[in-house]
Design a protein around this ligand. Structure first.
Ligand code: SAM
Length: 471
């Protein structure tokens, strides 16, 4: 029976509730009155339920779609402004004991080189990432209790935070590792991680079990209940995601929102982020073998409907997508992107190597400087800010900042100061020129006079070589 407050996966992601929601959406998708009522509710910028958002996703009236896109842009602007946060993935090890059929790290794949970085190699990767200008990483590993135990992850986090090269620093390490125990989540929390990210892959239990035929990841309930254990272990910020292409997108969308509602109902705070990956070609993985792939148009509509449904949640898109789709997705609600990513283990130091240890092919292959310049030309303010979690603004404290529209007095100044650091330390002359102009234009938009003066003073200090200012 459906119960968002239950701690049992099959009750908070109740299969029948997903099916009933989709049936309700189908039954009302041409009913103008119901659609109008949902759009009116969405205009309050307070979000929608999984059923209501599923109705918008099901609706194929071009006028309604236009209204959804307009609303998504409006909501993005209201809560996130024009800032886009940058990060990079760091693959530590591709040893894996699971049999996920869409991932080239599956244990039966005998021809990819298995690599596990030593702490010295991690320090070199981090140095290379710092030299690009990155401040925020997401670490990634396969699941292998022998090769990648929690102690290895904890040591790696310590190494990453300890590397201080020139003016570089990694100030936030997010972690994307397999579902684990409350005790291990507590250790991750103590190690100072930012967000714990775990993609559900698919919420459809039967498909999940077929797509994960062997290994610990086969256990649907253990995987689906991971975020509850993470929160029990003290991690406030968790990141959800579905790997689009595995199952029917409308099913995944409704269930993803049910998961968000469950976290809110049980822990009083929804997901910090939702990622939107689509399945890609990789080594022995052919994306065409999965028959639920979605078009760019549907993908963008999913993003817009999610923005409307969960206004306060950060939304992430990776370099799995090319520049065109990323540009459209940014308009419709994405607030974080990766840049200059390597998806192979050790790929930042040895980019020339045959990429057969890559987890998936990257579509956006531009350098970080190119991505930053492109974002600014599109009218966005690239941000390397990591202030919130360093100031203890996690979980519901971050959400209340977002809900009270304090972003212009807090996140926006931090974005400008961290962008300035990038321009001083890593940017090409053109990017630096465009960036400095942009900062000049953006300063007057900081509403609070004292904060404006604080930022101006610090921008001058950054030019003189000082670093790491934040509000
Ligand atoms: N191994 C960890 C786990 O079990 O959750 C997570 C790390 S994995 C390196 C990161 C994510 O990459 C996976 O959760 C999956 O959604 C995604 N992924 C795997 N194969 C992919 C493919 N062929 N194309 C796109 N994304 C893929």
């Amino acid at each position: 029976m459906y119960d968002p407050k239950s701690l049992k996966a099959e009750e908070f992601i109740d299969h029948q509730e997903v099916l009933d929601s989709l049936a309700w959406a189908d039954a009302h998708k041409d009913d103008k009155e119901t659609i109008q009522a949902v759009l009116d509710k969405a205009r309050l910028h307070k979000g929608l339920s999984h059923r209501e958002a599923s109705l918008l996703l099901a609706c194929d009236d071009p006028d309604v779609n236009e209204q959804i896109y307009k609303l998504a842009k409006e909501i993005k602007q209201a809560y996130y402004g024009n800032r886009i946060v940058l990060f990079a993935p760091l693959y530590l090890s591709n040893y894996c004991v699971n049999g996920c059929v869409y991932c080239p790290y599956h244990y039966k794949n005998k021809h990819i080189p298995r690599i596990k970085l030593t702490q010295e190699q991690i320090a070199k990767e981090v140095t290379a990432l710092q030299d690009m200008g990155h401040k925020r990483l997401a670490i990634e590993t396969g699941e292998d209790p022998v090769n990648n135990p929690i102690e290895y992850i904890l040591d790696s986090i310590k190494t990453i935070y300890s590397v201080k090269h020139k003016n570089g620093a990694i100030r936030r390490v997010n972690v994307n590792i397999a579902a684990t125990t409350v005790e291990n989540y507590r250790k991750l929390k103590e190690a100072g991680i930012g967000t714990y990210i775990l993609f559900q892959e698919t919420y459809h239990k039967e498909s999940y079990e077929q797509l994960h035929p062997t290994g610990p990841k086969h256990n649907y309930a253990y995987h689906t209940e991971a975020m509850d254990r993470a929160m029990e272990g003290g991690i406030d910020d968790v990141g959800l995601g579905v790997l689009f292409g595995l199952e029917l997108y409308r099913y995944e969308f409704a269930a993803l929102l049910m998961h968000a509602e469950h976290l809110e109902a049980v822990h009083g705070v929804g997901p910090h982020t939702i990622s939107f990956p689509r399945i890609k070609h990789a080594d022995d993985i052919d994306p065409n073998a999965f028959d639920n792939s979605i078009s760019d148009e549907i993908f963008l509509k999913i993003i817009a409907c999610a923005r409307v449904a969960v206004p306060y949640t950060g939304m992430i898109i990776s370099t799995r997508e090319g520049a065109d789709v990323r540009a459209k997705a940014l308009e419709l609600g994405i607030s974080q992107i990766s840049g200059a990513s390597r998806t192979s283990v050790g790929g930042y130091c040895e980019p020339e190597r045959d990429d057969s240890s890559a987890q998936f092919d990257v579509s956006d292959k531009r350098t970080l400087d190119e991505v930053i310049c492109w974002l600014m030309k599109l009218g966005f303010v690239p941000s390397f800010c990591t202030a919130c979690y360093r100031e203890g603004r996690t979980g519901d404290r971050f959400m209340s900042l977002c809900k009270s529209n304090q972003i212009l007095n807090c996140c926006h100044p931090n974005a400008l100061m961290t962008l300035k650091e990038f321009l001083e330390d890593y940017a090409s002359p053109v990017t630096k020129l465009i960036g400095n102009e942009l900062i000049k234009r953006e300063i007057p938009t900081i509403p609070n006079e004292k904060i404006r003066a604080f930022v101006e003073k610090n921008l001058a200090k950054i030019e003189q070589g000082e670093r790491d200012f934040r509000i």
